[in-house]
Write a protein that binds this ligand. Structure first.
Ligand SMILES: Cc1cc2nc3c(=O)[nH]c(=O)nc-3n(C[C@H](O)[C@H](O)[C@H](O)COP(=O)(O)OP(=O)(O)OC[C@H]3O[C@@H](n4cnc5c(N)ncnc54)[C@H](O)[C@@H]3O)c2cc1C
Ligand code: FES
Length: 396
């Protein structure tokens, strides 16, 4: 059986026919990842030795030059023999173990035309950081990623599920799921989580069910740091899609330093609320947020446009934590991916990843301690050293 070794993990892993990511996650390794379908780039890693076959992926998640330099997407790469990799993305919370727990549905409510709130009671507490997600497995359907809306430490987990037309799991949740049903939970995962030991202001940008991680982050931060400045932008199409307003008003009444702007992208008639797309509305306020940490969650296009707007204003990319909600079941269509617009969140963060990659490569060559901060501060080298490139057997 081929062996997978990971630079940041002490034990070798047997891969069988699985991708690098599946093999790692099956063994409880906190390998950084997001969509698992080759679209977000969060699982990008450096192939230090060995060969892999790549399943189809979005070229915005892994550029041709990155591929030529020896990078692969762990969620798309199947080892052809023994392989050794080093992950590039920021790991989530390496101290938090990935658990697989059974949970019971204790309550459900339709909170807006498209969103259903679920409360799940796990057999044992699930440790996670605010902003992280879990993979939920309903009946015999494939697992899907959903972010926790509850605070770490709360016994019952809250999720906001956007019902996707034609979606398999969405249809099950909409039509068949009942209170008392069992759901399998696997997690926590995700690196767009609230950082501990930081008190800078928070700007939370949530599109639709992106409110779930934003709410978890806001409540968690304010509970331990009641004076922290938090500004939540919650974007929905129109008045009918606004939800959780009463709960947010209670929070605003409790914390005078919390501000919530509900933004309607397509209001039906006159509105007292702010309107327009989230990137435009946020841009009007950016001069007041230069020292903030930005957490952006929801539809990938929204996350992309907001992240671009923030970075274009000169705010440091290390201040942006993007959490695009890619839909799991839709495998990347190769033709569509080849024509994908160049401006997406992955391209935006490529510059930062490039710097990290070069820092990592220098570290691998010198064996000096790898410093994330140093890698971000150092100017990018002209090109990646040719001896680091590996023969990657990819389909692109
Ligand atoms: C890190 C992360 C966190 C997330 N957090 C949340 C959250 O908190 N809340 C939330 O609502 N969502 C969240 N999501 C998104 C959520 O995981 C998806 O909405 C979910 O995967 C949809 O699953 P589904 O089975 O309902 O739809 P799927 O069955 O996956 O299908 C979705 C759509 O794709 C189409 N499709 C599927 N397969 C094909 C195919 N082969 N060819 C053509 N079309 C196809 C379907 O017709 C449908 O329109 C998150 C995603 C990620 C990556
Ligand atoms: S997890 Fe691999 S590209 Fe998103």
């Amino acid at each position: 059986m081929p062996k997978l070794t990971i630079r940041q993990w002490p034990l070798p892993i047997e891969t069988g026919k699985a991708t690098i990511l599946d093999a790692a996650l099956d063994c409880g390794v906190p390998f950084p990842h997001g969509c698992r379908t080759g679209e977000c780039g969060a699982c990008k890693c450096l192939l230090l030795s060995g060969d892999v076959a790549m399943k189809n992926y979005d070229s915005a998640a892994l550029s041709a030059s990155e591929k030529a330099a020896g990078f692969v997407l762990a969620c798309r790469a199947k080892p052809s023999g023994d392989v050794h990799v080093a992950w590039l993305g920021e790991t989530a919370s390496i101290d938090l173990p990935v658990r697989r727990l059974a949970a019971q549905v204790t309550n459900m409510e339709q909170v807006s035309p498209l969103i259903k709130r679920l409360y799940l009671w796990p057999e044992e507490p699930l440790q996670f950081a605010a902003g992280q997600f879990a993979r939920l497995k309903f009946a015999d359907l494939p697992a899907r990623a959903y972010s926790m809306a509850s605070m770490p430490g709360e016994e019952v987990l809250e999720f906001h599920v956007r019902l996707i037309p034609g979606g398999r799991v969405s249809a099950h949740i909409e039509d068949d799921l009942k209170v008392g049903d069992t759901v399998q939970i696997e997690g926590p995962y995700g690196s767009a989580h609230l950082r501990s030991g930081d008190d800078s202001p928070l700007v939370l940008v949530a599109g639709s069910s992106g409110l779930a991680p934003a709410k978890s982050i806001a409540r968690t931060a304010l509970k331990s740091q009641p004076d922290r400045r938090v500004h939540l932008y919650f974007g929905v199409r129109d008045e009918a899609h606004v939800y959780d307003e009463r709960e947010l008003k209670v929070l605003v009444a409790r914390y005078s330093n919390l501000r919530v702007d509900t933004v309607l992208s397509d209001p039906a008639g006159h509105t007292e609320r702010r309107s327009g797309n989230l990137a435009e509305v946020l841009t009007q306020d950016l001069s007041a947020h230069r020292d903030a940490q930005f957490y952006v969650a929801g539809p990938p296009e929204m996350v992309s446009s907001v992240s671009q707007a923030v970075a274009a204003s000169g705010i440091g990319r290390e201040q942006i934590h993007a959490d695009p909600f890619h839909v799991s079941g839709q495998e990347v269509d190769e033709n569509a991916a080849a024509q994908a617009p160049p401006h997406n969140v992955n391209r935006l963060l490529d510059g930062m990843r490039g710097l990290l990659a070069i820092g990592l490569l220098q570290h691998l060559k010198s064996r000096a301690p790898f410093s994330l901060t140093k890698a971000l501060q150092e100017p990018a080298a002209e090109s990646v050293a040719p001896e680091t490139a590996n023969g990657v057997a990819g389909r692109r």
